[in-house]
Design a protein around this ligand. Structure first.
Ligand SMILES: [Zn+2]
Length: 63
């Protein structure tokens, strides 16, 4: 299980996307970014988000 925290992208937002792979997470993030932040998911943004996706277990260790 992997997750992505919107806060990690520099936004003041508690949204967390969870999924088994990057593709699942990216689709949730795309919907969220469009609806909540009125952001377009550009290739640059998609790349940034992918770089911020962590394994849930490793994320717990860093906190
Ligand atoms: Zn957000």
């Amino acid at each position: 299980m992997k997750d992505f925290h919107c806060r990690d992208a520099g936004l003041d937002c508690d949204f967390v996307a969870k999924g088994n792979d990057n593709k699942e997470i990216m689709s949730q993030v795309a919907t969220h970014a469009t609806n909540e932040h009125k952001m377009q998911v550009t290739p640059e943004l998609a790349k940034k988000v992918e770089g911020l996706i962590h394994d849930e277990s490793s994320h717990a260790q860093t906190r």
